[in-house]
Design a protein around this ligand. Structure first.
Ligand code: HEM
Length: 152
């Protein structure tokens, strides 16, 4: 005889994983919000200057320590939740996954852009970078509505 049922252990596990999922969602999206802003400041300083080197270093650390590990953990926790919660057939999850795939592509593009900047290339204007900065905000709003309201 145990003081808890297997069902309640699974429910608690689900909630802990969901908490982990949301924590790393916040870290990931915070990094996605700030990185293009770093790139704007980076592009405004003189090529080869000591200030530029500091931006290259800040960007690299943000990507390697926070952004990429958080994205991986969001995916792992999200896939685990969908499996334990039997959500795979739900319409909201399919739509959410399409948006998250787009966001992961944006993540990859921003990593590539940072590497170009570090090589001395500056392909986008500051205005274009500021506009692109809207992408994670719009994606987050759509995803949160899908996951909370579950309209379909
Ligand atoms: C990477 C792929 C992802 C998968 C497979 C996934 C899957 C899931 C699943 C199955 C749940 C549990 C829903 C419930 O218990 O009602 C969940 C919760 C949640 N997800 Fe994701 N997710 C992913 C990425 C994201 C992203 C990128 C965001 C935000 C930008 C996000 C935000 C949330 C939030 C806020 C919750 C909590 C909702 C609640 O407690 O009602 N997820 N996710």
């Amino acid at each position: 005889m145990t003081a808890f049922s297997l069902g309640s252990v699974l429910e608690m596990t689900y909630l802990w994983i969901k908490a982990g999922h949301v924590i790393f969602v916040i870290f990931w999206i915070a990094a996605l919000f700030i990185l293009p802003r770093y790139y704007v400041y980076h592009q405004e300083c003189a090529p080869g200057s000591a200030e530029e080197k500091r931006w290259i270093d800040r960007e690299r650390k943000l990507r390697a320590i926070i952004m990429t590990p958080s994205m991986i953990l969001v995916w792992i926790f999200g896939i685990t939740l969908a499996t334990i919660g039997h959500w795979w057939a739900a319409g909201w999850l399919g739509t959410k996954l399409l948006i998250v795939l787009g966001l992961s592509g944006y993540h990859g593009y921003m990593i590539g852009y940072g590497k170009k900047l570090a090589r001395g290339e500056r392909p986008l204007s500051g205005t274009a970078l500021r506009l692109m900065n809207e992408v994670p905000g719009i994606a987050t709003a759509l995803i949160v509505v899908l996951v909370i309201v579950k309209p379909f």
